[in-house]
Design a protein around this ligand. Structure first.
Ligand SMILES: [Zn+2]
Length: 114
């Protein structure tokens, strides 16, 4: 006849079960944390890989030679066909009477008021 487990043995057994469950739950949590950290790192890497917007944009017309307007690189309405240009190129375009965008005012940003 086997003796029924004592109250102390039952408590120890319950403790082992709780430890096992907590360990499993912790392992799962750690896995989720590791997954999320990996995703976060990938997001950061993608953001770093993305080239920064060019400082200046020139909006082109349908023909390659027609230039419609000069924009700041962060203009919210730069038109459909734009090319990134350097500050010198933007300045030169404005000097050659290419229109300055009225929304982002590249002429003001470049200190060209006339
Ligand atoms: Zn603009």
């Amino acid at each position: 006849m086997s003796e029924s487990p004592s109250r102390l043995e039952l408590l120890h057994f319950a403790r082992r079960v709780v430890v096992q469950q907590a360990t499993a739950a912790l392992a799962q949590l750690d896995g989720w944390i590791a997954d999320e950290e990996r995703r976060e790192a990938e997001r950061r890497r993608r953001e770093e890989d993305r080239p920064p917007p060019p400082d200046w944009l020139i909006e082109r017309g349908l023909s390659r030679t027609s230039l419609l307007a000069v924009h700041r690189g962060d203009c919210w309405d730069p038109g459909k066909r734009t090319v990134g240009v350097t500050e010198d190129q933007a300045r030169e375009a404005l000097q050659q009477q290419v229109r300055a965008c009225s929304k982002c005012r590249p002429d003001t940003a470049l200190g060209m008021f006339d």
